[in-house]
Design a protein around this ligand. Structure first.
Ligand SMILES: NC(=O)c1ccc[n+]([C@@H]2O[C@H](COP(=O)([O-])OP(=O)(O)OC[C@H]3O[C@@H](n4cnc5c(N)ncnc54)[C@H](O)[C@@H]3O)[C@@H](O)[C@H]2O)c1
Length: 472
């Protein structure tokens, strides 16, 4: 008994010193390490002001066509070039900006046509909304050619790609912005303001999800003659032979900003587990019976319905992220933030500072009180533009797009920088790694190379600078 205890103490001492770890865990920790010395700190970086922002867009599908309209609806933006491998997608999208005064060059000649677009010398910003595998290669190539980058989620699909965009951005001093509209969404910005003013006390825990039923419901599996259907073929394939949180950014972004990740705190490690797949496999079998296209998907191994990833930060906070895009249930993104003095819960939106939720009137008063200047200014711009142009809807201009252009025009730091892009994206490959090792701990790399300790807070919700870009 005595001997066992002595042995235990000895082992515990060695483990504490980092000498003893299980073989799987050691492997996981080693594989996320990187010998990176920050060559230039892109956090807080002020690029030279751009009076007009000249944009080239790559990938004009569902999201890209929406962004085309959003960007064209912002003053001082020139749409210079468009690229997609499907010419019809470009031509269809161009109709939406008819009359806005843009006449972009078009690149549709093959899988690498985007390189020609990036090679142009008259573009400031390259926007990327292609399938995920192209995001990092296009971002790196574009920054190398002196362009800022605005990419859709994620910035990269592997740990290596996340490092590549960080290293390229630091070396070229070009911004690499990953658009995460959830961060400027009305309630996220309001709750962020409450967090910063200490309403919730010391933050303890946050939750964010990508729960979005992409399997059930009308139109999900319909195809037309161009092979377009509710579930894009490339996105369907991303769910095969992989298991983890495939899309953490929407839920994570707001929580990361509330917890000052990359500027005051950082992620230390995560663990991740997934359920089995209960719906994708049966769906493929069902679809294959009536549509031969799906025969090749029948019998494949799909990502489990529910993935739960738990992250611990350096300051001892926890974040729970869930991903489920194949179960019939209502959607959910930024979900919850709780601290030593209170909690915000998104479904339905409510606040508590004790065991009881506040009454509706009190909730409304808090929302009013804590609506930040950035939200107020954006709403004013929308209403002023709508007022002068009649009934045009500005629902598709997000505060994120507007603020990105505003920051570039004013030479301000971007509110989500390359370190945020890499951190919010790397959760996917790291969660896959943990799932594959039965939920083992995986260390999260510090893309800021230690600068998180001294970096100033990002996301200027008080709009201390800029805010002078208008909507058309
Ligand atoms: N932020 C958000 O809320 C949001 C919403 C939807 C989609 N997205 C993201 O936007 C991206 C695109 O998604 P989507 O739903 O628009 O997909 P999509 O399939 O509708 O669009 C992708 C487009 O890229 C084109 N493309 C493919 N390969 C190309 C290449 N080599 N060169 C040029 N173009 C190429 C396709 O022809 C297609 O038009 C994804 O990263 C997705 O995750 C973000």
């Amino acid at each position: 008994m005595k001997k066992n205890r002595r042995d235990f103490i000895k082992l515990a001492g060695l483990a504490g010193a980092g000498v003893i770890v299980g073989p799987d865990r050691a492997m996981a920790e080693k594989s996320t390490e990187r010998n990176h010395l920050q060559s230039f700190n892109m956090h807080g970086y002020r690029a030279p002001k751009l009076d007009r922002v000249k944009v080239g867009l790559v990938g004009i599908g569902e999201r890209g066509s929406g962004t085309l309209l959003r960007l064209a609806s912002i003053e001082n933006v020139d749409i210079v070039a468009l690229c997609d491998i499907v010419p019809g997608n470009v031509h269809k999208a161009m109709q939406s900006i008819d009359g806005f005064g843009h006449s972009p060059a078009i690149y549709t000649d093959g899988e690498d046509a985007w390189k020609e677009l990036c090679d142009r010398s008259d573009i400031d910003l390259i926007y990327v909304a292609t399938p995920w595998k192209y995001h990092a290669p296009i971002a790196v190539y574009a920054m190398e050619r002196d362009k800022h980058v605005y990419t859709e989620l994620p910035v990269g699909v592997t740990l290596e790609e996340c490092w590549q965009v960080v290293e390229t951005s630091e070396r070229t001093k070009k911004h690499c912005y990953m658009g995460c509209g959830s961060c400027h969404d009305g309630m996220s910005a309001i709750v962020l303001n409450m967090v910063r003013q200490g309403f919730f006390g010391e933050l303890i825990h946050g939750e964010g999800n990508y729960i979005h039923d992409r399997v059930n419901g009308p139109g999900r599996w319909e195809r037309d003659e161009d092979n377009w259907f509710g579930y894009r073929p490339w996105r369907l394939k991303e769910n095969v032979g992989r298991n983890g949180n495939m899309y953490p950014q929407h839920g994570l972004g707001p929580v990361a900003q509330m917890m000052d990740l990359n500027y005051g705190d950082k992620m230390d490690y995560l663990v991740s587990i997934s359920s089995n797949d209960f719906t994708m496999g049966p769906k493929m079998k069902e679809l294959a019976e009536s549509d031969p296209y799906f025969e090749s998907f029948d019998g494949l191994k799909f990502r489990g319905n529910m993935n739960t990833t738990v992250i611990r930060t350096n300051k001892g906070r926890t974040i729970m992220l869930q991903h489920d895009i194949s179960s019939p249930r209502p959607g959910s993104r930024f979900q919850l933030i709780s601290g030593s003095r209170g909690i915000y819960h998104a479904d339905p939106p409510r606040i508590a500072t004790s065991e009881e939720w506040t009454q509706e009137e009190e909730f409304k008063a808090l929302v009013e009180k804590f609506t930040p200047q950035i939200t107020k200014t954006f709403r004013e711009k929308v209403s002023r533009a709508g007022g002068t142009k009649g009934n045009r809807s500005y629902e598709r201009v997000t505060a994120s797009d507007w603020r990105l252009i505003d920051c570039l025009r004013n030479g301000l730091p971007l509110e989500m920088d390359v370190y945020d892009a890499a951190l919010w994206s790397v959760v996917t490959p790291l969660s896959e790694q943990s799932v594959a090792q039965m939920g083992n701990t995986v260390k999260v790399p510090d893309f800021t190379s230690g600068s998180w300790k001294s970096n100033k807070r990002g996301m200027d919700i008080n709009l201390q600078e800029g805010g002078n870009t208008n909507l058309i």
